[in-house]
Write a protein that binds this ligand. Sequence first.
Ligand code: AMP
Length: 539
Amino acid sequence: MFGLMQQHELLISGLIEFAQSNHADTEIISRRVEGDIHRSNWAQVAKRAKQIANALKHMDLAVGSRVATIAWNGYRHLELYFGVSGTARILHTINPRLHPDQLAWIVNHAEDEVLCFDMSFLPIVQAIHAKTPTVRHWIALCDADRLPSDSGIPGLQSYEAWMGSQSSEFEWPIFDEHTASSLCYTSGTTGHPKGTLYSHRSTLLHAFGSALPDVMNMSATDSVLPVVPMFHVNAWGLPYSSAMVGAKLVFPGPALDGKSVYELIEQEQVTFAAGVPTVWQMLLSHMKPLNARFSSLKRTVIGGSACPPAMIHTFKEEYGVEVLHAWGMTELSPLGTLCSLKNKHMALPEGERMKIRLKQGRSFFGVDLKILNDQGQRQVHDGKSYGDLYAKGSWVIKKYFKEIDTALIDGWFPTGDVATIDEDGYMQVVDRTKDVIKSGGEWISSIDIENIAVSHPHVAMAACIAIADPKWDERPIVVVVKKPGLALSKEELLAFYVGKTAKWQIPDDVIFVESIPIGATGKILKTKLREDLFKHKQS
Ligand code: AMP
């Protein structure tokens, strides 16, 4: 017997309709490429999303065609999120930090037909436009009078001229909730990038799940700052979950330096921010010498790579900001786990609670996790046994875009991470499978070695990688950037490890460098670091 309740498709257009009806005057703030602050609200976003829908209708673009963006976090990008997906076309967000050859490859693979870009990315577009024949329309996200006459891009239009004159009357179509909504390629440190194609249903379920109190705890009282880019896994779904709860959104645009982010947090009274550790490192380094304080920030989600315990401590102890450590992947929309405590932890001393907060967290309803050993057997959840981490759930990938084979093994997605899970379901990433250091048959977590290094007061950044060793197969070495003006010797740092990790896990060597290469999504690029170091050893 079926239930007798209504059935409505879970569609992204529903989110913007809801935000318009219920949170019309809630603000959407953007620092623009031009440097000024732009103020909009959910009603404006909804109206302009409908103008985009009408503009797309006049372009003869089939349902399912791809509309690409190369853009910072801002209101125009947000309007495209709703306007493109709402019409059953697919928003393809592209990471501008990739190499132009890789960008052209991605555009061609996705067969993008429209490409919208911020003017700061004009040089990139100039570099790829002749190599991307599927793109029929080039749109610069700017006012008509800002369009250069000599861009070299035939038919280039300004966004405001393209959509501004369209009617804002539009009835969002109703279609199957499994329809594709957006497309994001993985960073692809090896081989070609692969496309993750989200659906309306997966996007809405992810938004419901991520807004829960034990997850991102989002509310209409929040002022949300997604520092995590809208070109990387839909800014962790924050544009959607913010519309779902009616939160204020604050977009940083291209200004991701510590000073700009701090000023924006204070000016717009941000309560909740999200980003990768490298961004927060810049923010904390800016604040420390000025003895600056936060007047509104309550919590921040940190993920994308392991958040150093020292950072969690600093936010909590010095600034009273709660860090929610999260783990996710492009293929998981991205949220897989988030670290929040349980009722039984409330009575624990702060030190014990902090130990739990350092983990990547527990999965929430909608995502299942398991760990398997080398023989494919399930490992017990005791917080010690480690194995390859697998995920399944309603917002986890099934197959990569245009690939024939499934991305799954026995119905589970292999994440490429090695992890432990404890009795309470808290998962801790030991390492990326390819980064873990295999020394004499034992594994050393490069993350653990890095965390110890960055807890030294003179270390700004550290990366641990393996070097080949005739006796042990691999041994760890640590590459370190010192804090400006502070001294540190190899011997001092190695002595600092004593007592903090097993003796055999202490790195064999310390290499001091000026900077460590950071990849397109703000993570340490270990492949590049290994290459650089190898060159360095040969020269
Ligand atoms: P991406 O798809 O580019 O977002 O990368 C996903 C990968 O980032 C995961 O498979 C992890 O290796 C890594 N990652 C994400 N969050 C964390 C975290 N909190 N701690 C450690 N690694 C993380």
